[in-house]
Design a protein around this ligand. Sequence first.
Ligand code: ADP
Ligand code: GLC
Length: 485
Amino acid sequence: MHIVLASSECVPFAKTGGLADVVGALGPELVKLGHEVTVYLPLYAKVRPHLDGQNEWTYAVRSITIPFESYNRFVGIVDGGKRDGVQFYFVDCPELFDRQELYGTRTGDYPDNAERFGLFCRAVLEATKQLGVPQVFHVHDWQAAPVAIYLRTVYADDPVLRGARVVLTIHNAGYQGKFPPVTTERLLLPWDVFTMDKVEQFDNFNFLKGGLVYSDILTTVSRKYAQEIQTAEFGEGLDSVLRGRAADLRGILNGVDYEKWDPATDGNLAAHYTPEDLTGKQACRADLLHAFGLENVAATTPVIGIVSRFATQKGFDLVEEIAAKLSDREVAVVALGTGEPVYEKFFRDWAFWHKANVAVQVRYDDALAHKIEAGSDMFLMPSKYEPCGLNQIYSLKYGTVPVVRATGGLDDTIEEWNSEKRTGTGFKFYGYEAKDFLAAIDRALAAFEDKAGWTQLMVNGMTRNYSWEQPAREYAAVYEEVVRR
Ligand code: ADP
Ligand code: GLC
């Protein structure tokens, strides 16, 4: 079967979070199952260095006209070639995509995001008419949701496109792409889409809602989150739409790419280690503490790691609430992240006042993220909500014990440690309460004292398998189901 993955992110080209990892890993895994896979991405400034190896870019399509209300834009489709069997095409429209960031700057989202991603989606549809219409468009998050909206409206009668099916994956219902009503005519969509049963949501044009309404099947990235988003607490205003589509909504837990995330082979680490021989983890710990200027931390002190977008979703207000108590305990804390200024400031202040055992680096640094996974003893993810979460799965593989809030994929992937039965992989808390979070960390710190037990706990996590094989089969089954309809 031919599948087009349309996404705003994909490793190694453009990444702000887990979406990029997922799209980057799913494609090759589907190819292994015998499918033909094409990925379409916007040609951001960040993509350019990956193409500059080619002296002259190869255009698969020289010029596609994308009409807007009172003007046209002209886009090219750059052929990125094949990687791991997956064909890459980049939508080239420098006025909209040749910018430093993907979605916006520190001062806010780019004001023309509706136009940017509307154009991206329409260009993908147009490009496939020349390069190959797939049986299934698998679109990701609000940025690619207009593929479904256009396909079932403007292109509803197009003889080559109308038979294609659309699967939409919700990676995060907290980001919906909300724009003013006039977006309807700016994107040259008929006004009858702007109703509450279609794209309108509280007087906004809502890209994600349009995707939910117009796609044939919906998926999200864990079973628990598939349930949660049908409730008012997690649905971000879209729960009733999602309940209405419950029969078409599937939860498929993300896998992770063990070619990139495995302490036995990871090129970013000071040493390698395996469940059978953990000695290399000590060298990784020393290397990590050095990278954070915490060389003086005692050898017996547990190291607690954090790697995250600094967003409200991730539960940093809970970290802030427990910070003073945590840094007074016998621990070292290393954090890597960027995002909302309030949390960047909180971490900087925390590190400033506790130089001996708390350190933060405010930036995006993939190699350092790997070092944290390897060199830490514990990893914190107290998320308010978490559709899947990849870092806790990386932590398991690296023998770094996750302490998580039991929500979404965190609940589906982490099992509470039972010191008597010696089962489980981490520590969980349920209510969104600082005291419960601190209690979970304290259970972890107590368990850390029992060396044999702790080693068993590490090995339990390291030997779990969250590779892409199973989820890719589940996606393939969804594609087959939707094509049969
Ligand atoms: P989300 O997609 O909500 O941000 P995930 O846990 O699914 O959460 O994925 C986050 C991904 O982004 C992981 O691969 C993680 O290592 C990476 N990441 C997040 N922040 C940083 C950072 N500051 N530096 C390096 N990698 C980061
Ligand atoms: C989103 C979610 C995260 C998930 C990722 C990949 O960004 O916040 O939980 O792991 O997408 O699906």
